[in-house]
Design a protein around this ligand. Structure first.
Ligand code: DP6
Length: 329
């Protein structure tokens, strides 16, 4: 048993990003990332993060490479904080080498922190010899990035806000095969966003609209969950767009205000509303950035993608379908 500690231990995990239909915006406890409200999302299959973690007795500190590029500063610190939690749970003292790769274009404003921290949590805990339950893994991923807890279970997922570290985690509400939805992501800007989500969450409470948004969240959660379970696209479209508008209303009315939209963002929103009026099942949602996630049944995806490509300012369109859980490879 003694000599086990002389060896490197390694594990590799794969995770998908997710798109929220009912958004997480604002924390009750920023340190533990206990959100102010529950949220609902879908994993984005096809867009994947693959992360290898190796605990190596020869290392003098943690190391991180992203798509082959060595990282330091904030991104390494955030990874080390999750590794510290794993080391604490496993009573392990070694540092780790973390190598993470995305198969989707990075720096195009697709939230990669969700898949990154979901994959890191599984790879690091497995490499440390821990066999965490799905809920434990979801809680660990949450500490790295809130939305990462939703990338741990598969398919359509709900993150129950909970009250503390123990009770705030995500679970599946429907499998990936339950509903063949596509997310056609209209990339309108590849520039890094001026204000990241973590700083944004901290501003949420400064908006006089946040309290109203939170008070109405249980209704939207019920409505969205029901629409997904019933595969009712019309109801789904209504609540997803309303939830997106509520979050952006809070952002715009925060101090200082956060306005993430570009002219092309609005052009896509208007096109999608027109298409839906004309009978196409399609709707949109937007995260903390200018790109637009255009959602539709996969049967309509080809038509939606060709329409999006024609809009001035849309640089490219990425497509994803419901993805599975974070898993070891
Ligand atoms: C607008 O999970 O990226 O995408 O916990 O600070 O890492 P941190 O924030 P993050 O916030 C996501 C915000 C959102 C909405 C959502 O995905 O629910």
């Amino acid at each position: 048993m003694e000599c086990y500690h002389l060896y490197m231990t390694t594990a590799t995990a794969q995770a998908f990003p997710n798109i929220a239909f009912i958004k997480y915006w604002g924390n009750r406890d920023a340190h533990f990332r206990i959100p102010s409200n529950a949220s609902i999302s879908m994993n984005l299959g096809g867009l994947e993060t693959r992360t290898q973690v190796t605990f190596d007795p020869a290392l003098k500190n943690d190391q991180l490479t992203l798509n082959g590029k060595p990282q330091s500063g904030k991104s390494l610190e955030r990874v080390s904080a999750v590794l510290d939690l794993v080391r604490q749970m496993a009573a392990l003292q070694r540092f780790a080498r973390v190598e993470s790769n995305n198969n989707f274009p990075t720096g195009v404003g697709i939230a990669s922190s969700a898949s990154a921290f979901a994959a890191l949590s599984l790879a690091a805990s497995a490499a440390a010899g821990l066999a965490l339950s799905e809920a434990e893994l979801s809680r660990l991923a949450r500490r790295g990035s809130g939305s990462a807890c939703r990338s741990v279970p598969g398919g359509f997922v709900e993150w129950q806000a909970g009250e503390d570290d123990l009770t705030s985690y995500a679970f599946s509400i429907a499998s990936p095969g339950h509903w063949d939805l596509s997310d056609c992501i209209a990339i309108v800007s590849q520039a890094p966003k001026p204000t990241g989500s973590t700083e944004g969450h901290a501003l949420a409470a400064s908006s006089p609209l946040q309290a109203a948004r939170l008070a109405d969240t249980p209704r939207r959660l019920d409505f969205c969950r029901r629409a997904i379970l019933d595969r009712d696209f019309e109801a789904f479209a209504e609540v997803v767009e309303q939830d997106c508008h509520l979050m952006h209303a809070v952002m715009i009315t925060s101090t200082p205000p956060l306005l993430y939209w570009q002219p092309a963002t609005l052009a896509v929103m208007q096109a999608v509303m027109d298409w839906r009026k004309n009978g196409l099942p399609v709707c949109y949602t937007i995260d903390a950035g200018p790109n637009v996630h255009v959602l539709c049944p996969t049967a309509s995806a080809a038509q939606v993608i060709s329409g999006l490509t024609l809009i001035t300012g849309v640089e490219k369109v990425l497509a994803a379908r419901p993805g599975g859980p974070t898993h070891l490879v």
